[in-house]
Ligand binder design. Structure first.
Ligand code: HEM
Length: 595
């Protein structure tokens, strides 16, 4: 009897092992092969699937090869930044299959098909499921939410980004930019010149602005929370470098324990912040001044039990992640482009001086009139889109441009490739030519969907107006006060600037937060790869104080400047004392409101 039981046990175990092996084979071999067949019958091919790893080995190999070679001085960055796409497109055409492990992705760069995915047939597609570690990094907020929860959050948060609300932020952003430039001025005191690692400075600036957008009057407390979240991101990014083991993030490892500790601290600080804010407002969350993420979410939580502290925390993460690198990259690349193209720099400066006249800080009306700067920013977003690609997943079996797309297939839209496509942009697609935007965005390309730096359709970037406003304000104030070039940086020849463009993962970005002590060659700028998210670069530019520009805008401004910003007389921080220009005083008063 015992023998029979033993035998039965053995059979049961063998059966379970067999089922498991079969399941694994179906998932990792039979299904991918069936998908390959399905697409190949429709004429869509791609590099062959390899068991379990898909095309990851080739992908990583190509990325490493591309980033290890010097790059000619050119804006043709596709071979470098999306090397796999550039390589396989030549073999299989623009629409091909690529395997990220056992996950299949179909590349789609045809503007007509992109329009279908994001607008006319958007019901059939949804955001793809983010990697669990990625979710820790970007938060489970607007960026990754789906369905009703996403729609509810988007509706709550949207007023933060309404034009009227953003207008209220203008003095604040302008003040932050001026503070930054005062520091540059102080640094350039002896020679009138200063070498600036623009990316670092722009990241700090952007972080400041996002903190204000998210936390409003609770800015200082909000900053502390963002700092904790930034530490969490470093831990999550570290984990991202390791081989992914499902469930590993739940084990009490040193990193996980630190992560959880930070999580608790964030929650505690936010709860305190919410309580304090409620008390300050006598339990009403209606406030004067710009609407902020925190206030709006608190208000919503009063009427909707679905909005909890956890949701607020996750939305803050989402803001921080989605807004910081992207906007600072836009600013960095635009500065570099203007440094490389002095004629456009001069044209943009002339316009700023003409529009702003004697005003030190552009007003909200000025910003709208800066047409050249708008063209330059668009061209910068076209050539160096901070989001290089995005992904959607077919929710159902769908039809796309005549192709049958099985449910679960992921569609990879290489925004960068679309922006550099000669069929859409003409023969000068890889050249810097802001003039192509002179008649507006709609007429710049041969196809209206050729320009999608902020995405398309209902899930288009919620922060785009803020990003553009911030970029315009920052650049116009910089142009007023400095001229800049990127030749002979630190004795490095011009071409080094572009050799510096590299594809790196988040780890490198976070590994070199203080780049000033790192040898130039190691300060590798990164166009990082979460297909959907931000890229980052490290870039040195030489800034020269613009004596001529200061004179050009006339005596009044010069007088004010002499009082407010005594260049050459040790002026850092002088602005915040609020003597001088009325505009500045207004900004200072706004800043001085009790937190
Ligand atoms: C130059 C700057 C920026 C660029 C190029 C950019 C780009 C994008 C793109 C392409 C998307 C759509 C992603 C997709 O469809 O998968 C997106 C979504 C989003 N962006 Fe931005 N972004 C920028 C700045 C910002 C800022 C400043 C914020 C917030 C403070 C922000 C917050 C978001 C959020 C929350 C989403 C998700 C929207 C949703 O799904 O409802 N972005 N962004």
């Amino acid at each position: 009897m015992e023998c029979v039981l033993h035998w039965l046990k053995l059979v049961a175990i063998s059966f379970m092992v067999l089922v498991l092996v079969l399941k694994v084979m179906v998932l990792l071999w039979w299904k991918p092969k069936r998908i390959e067949d399905h697409f190949s019958r429709q004429g869509i091919r791609g590099p062959p699937y390899h068991f379990f790893i898909g095309n990851v080995k080739e992908l990583v190999g190509m990325m490493l090869k591309a980033s290890s070679q010097p790059m000619p001085l050119s804006h043709n960055i596709l071979p470098r930044v999306l090397s796999f796409y550039h390589h396989w497109r030549k073999i299989y055409g623009a629409t091909f299959l690529v395997w990220f492990g056992p996950t299949v992705r179909l590349t789609v760069a045809d503007p007509d098909l992109i329009r279908e995915i994001f607008t006319s047939k958007s019901d059939s597609y949804e955001k793809n499921e983010a990697h669990p570690l990625m979710k820790q990094l970007e938060g489970e907020g607007l960026l990754s939410l789906k369905g009703e929860k996403w729609a509810h959050h988007r509706k709550i948060i949207a007023p933060t980004f309404h034009v009227d609300n953003l207008k209220l932020l203008v003095p604040l952003v302008a003040q932050r930019v001026t503070d930054m430039l005062n520091k540059w001025s102080a640094m350039s005191i002896s020679s009138g010149q200063v070498e600036i690692e623009v990316c670092e400075w722009f990241q700090t600036l952007t972080e400041d602005v996002i903190t204000r957008t998210a936390f409003g009057t609770s800015y200082e407390d909000g900053k502390a929370i963002f700092r904790l979240q930034a530490q969490q991101m470093v831990l999550a990014a570290e984990a991202f470098q390791k081989v992914f083991i499902p469930g590993y993030r739940f084990l009490p490892t040193k990193r996980n324990i630190s992560f959880w500790k930070l999580d608790r601290e964030i929650k505690k600080s936010l709860m305190k912040l919410i309580e304090r804010r409620k008390e300050n407002l006598g339990n009403t969350v209606q406030e004067k001044g710009p609407k902020d993420l925190l206030g709006l979410m608190m208000q919503a939580s009063n009427s909707s039990p679905n909005i909890r502290a956890h949701d607020i925390i996750e939305e803050c993460k989402s803001f921080f992640f989605a807004g910081k690198q992207t906007t600072s990259n836009l600013l960095t690349w635009t500065t570099v482009l203007l440094a490389m193209h002095p004629r456009w720099q001069e044209q943009a400066r002339e316009e700023v001086l003409r529009v702003c006249g004697s005003r030190d800080m552009p007003s909200e009306d000025d910003v709208v009139k800066l047409k050249t700067l708008t063209m330059v920013l668009n061209e910068s977003l076209r050539l160096y889109p901070p989001t290089i690609a995005t992904i959607r997943r077919a929710k159902v079996d769908a039809e796309l441009g005549g192709y049958m797309i099985p449910r679960g297939t992921e569609l990879l839209v290489p925004i960068l490739a679309v922006h550099h496509d000669q069929a859409i942009w003409g023969n000068d697609a890889n050249e810097f030519n802001p003039g192509r935007f002179s008649e507006g965005v709609a007429r710049a390309a041969k196809h209206p969907v050729g320009f999608i730096p902020f995405g398309l359709g209902v899930r288009t970037c919620i922060g785009q107006k803020l990003a553009i406003l911030q970029a315009k304000l920052a650049l116009s104030i910089i142009l007023q006060r400095f001229s800049f070039s990127n030749d002979e940086v630190s004795g490095a020849p011009k071409s080094v600037i572009f050799v510096l463009l590299q594809i790196l993962k988040m780890k490198e970005q976070l590994q070199y937060p203080k780049t000033s002590n790192v040898p130039l060659k190691q300060r590798l700028p990164s166009h990082n790869t979460r297909w959907a998210m931000a890229s980052s670069i490290t870039m040195l530019c030489k800034f020269e104080q613009k004596e001529k520009a200061r004179k050009e805008v006339g005596g009044q401004r010069k007088r004010l400047r002499n009082r407010c910003l005594p260049f050459g007389k040790g002026g850092e921080g002088t602005l915040s004392h609020g003597k001088g220009a009325q505009l500045l005083r207004v900004a200072n008063e706004t800043m001085a409101k009790p937190h």
